[in-house]
Design a protein around this ligand. Structure first.
Ligand code: NAD
Length: 369
């Protein structure tokens, strides 16, 4: 039987609920929105702006948001959008505004920032249709990158995860791949808990200083000079070598698939907090699990940003965002890691089981009665 429509291979019993392609030849807008699953409420997910973003990629990201949002117990489903354009284009404001008008009636999708979009883009969308999260503070937003919502969640995750790998956070050494919005704040919050940053990388290279690196000093150096590589002490490393330095906690917070079959055997950390989305391949996660390295899956560990966005959407404060991030991420990490231990399965499998069960329960409640 030929497929009924082109993207049928993406469909399963969870979604997607809608795939909307948008084409506005007048302003050159080409975009796609995938609303994956809305059993828990209108979907929240970022808008990725890149010339090569595809429907398949947007679908996978939307599914990841369904899992992340349901696992975090948010009254929101998962969705994602892609705008096929260069985010540095001078046409960006016009394209974003045209995109906003095109999704005015797609009320089951609430847009937020992702790669290539930011708070200003959300302000333009809000101006057009009154619906967006990740807004600037002046418009009632809680600036999640500025306050370090995702990094805070990663540190909260560490509090629970450390008990599953016999690690004391006080004195633990930390390596961060990608000293940006996620990695920098994760390092800062872990430092506040007594841990010590010993290595960090960015797009220009990496540094390793076993004596310890002050996160505030490194942030200042990166902000002034553009790179962590100007840290005056310790040694310079390649970005690849950062992943295998001696440390207790590794926070991959830059690219997908940086932990692979070819380096998973050499990772020395006992605990990996997945800050980036899909930083490890499935094969690498299996290797780590067999080696006894605890790797907390991305959609459990890095949910701080979307929890903050949901709090903003419902009119909450920054203080309540922090307390909900702590409560939800600690609770989920506990549930996933205890299930993983009891059932002797990889943490990702335990996390996916948890998310799928919750999605199916929510879907059953929507159709029952
Ligand atoms: P960012 O742009 O603020 O920071 C990324 C950092 O990674 C930068 O310092 C950059 O120089 C560095 N980098 C780029 N290429 C690198 C490389 N090859 N090796 C080492 N470092 C490199 O981005 P961010 O907001 O911190 O997001 C990082 C990752 O986390 C992304 O995958 C993003 O999708 C994911 N994420 C972000 C959030 C959030 O709240 N911002 C939430 C969940 C997931």
């Amino acid at each position: 039987m030929p497929p009924v429509f082109e993207f049928e291979h993406l469909c399963d019993d969870l979604g997607p609920a809608k795939i909307v392609h948008i084409c506005d030849p007048e302003c050159g807008l080409r975009a796609v929105v995938v609303v994956d699953n809305v059993a828990c409420g209108p979907s929240i997910g970022g808008i990725r702006m890149a010339p090569d973003v595809t429907t398949g990629e947007v679908f996978r990201l939307a599914r990841a948001m369904s899992c992340k949002n349901v696992a975090a117990g948010l009254a929101h489903g998962g969705g994602k959008a892609g705008i096929m354009a260069d985010p540095k284009s001078p046409e960006k404001p016009r394209l974003i505004r045209a995109f906003a008008r095109a999704i005015r009636h797609l009320v089951e999708y609430i847009p937020g920032p992702d790669m290539g979009t930011n708070e200003s883009c959300m302000a333009w969308i809000f101006d057009e249709i009154g619906r967006a999260v990740g807004l600037p503070r002046v418009l009632g937003g809680i600036p999640l990158d500025e306050i370090g919502a995702t990094g805070y969640g990663l540190a909260q995750c560490a509090v629970v995860a450390s008990t599953y790998c016999d690690l004391k956070l006080t004195g633990a050494s930390v390596a961060v791949e990608g000293f940006g919005n996620v990695g920098r704040h994760a390092a800062r919050f872990l430092e506040e808990m007594g841990a010590k940053l010993v290595a960090a990388s960015d797009s220009r290279g990496a540094i390793y200083d076993p004596q310890g690196i002050s996160t505030a000093d490194l942030a200042r150096i990166k902000s002034d000079s553009g790179s962590v590589t100007h840290w005056p002490k310790g040694q310079r490393l390649s970005q690849a070598d950062l992943l295998t330095v001696p440390c207790d906690i590794l926070v991959p917070a830059a690219r997908p698939d940086c932990i692979r079959e070819d380096n998973a055997h050499r990772i020395q950390a006992r605990l990996i907090l997945q800050g980036a989305n899909i930083p490890a391949t499935p094969a690498a996660e299996s290797i780590l699990h067999r080696r006894g390295v605890l790797s907390v899956p991305d959609f459990i560990a890095n949910a701080g940003g979307v929890i903050c966005a949901a709090v903003e959407y419902h009119g909450g404060t920054q203080a309540s965002a922090f307390s909900q991030i702590a409560e939800k991420i600690r609770g989920n990490a506990q549930e996933v890691l205890s299930r993983s231990r009891e059932e002797q399965v990889e943490p990702r499998r335990a996390a996916l089981e948890l998310a799928h069960e919750r999605l199916k329960t929510a879907m059953a409640l929507r159709t029952a009665g």
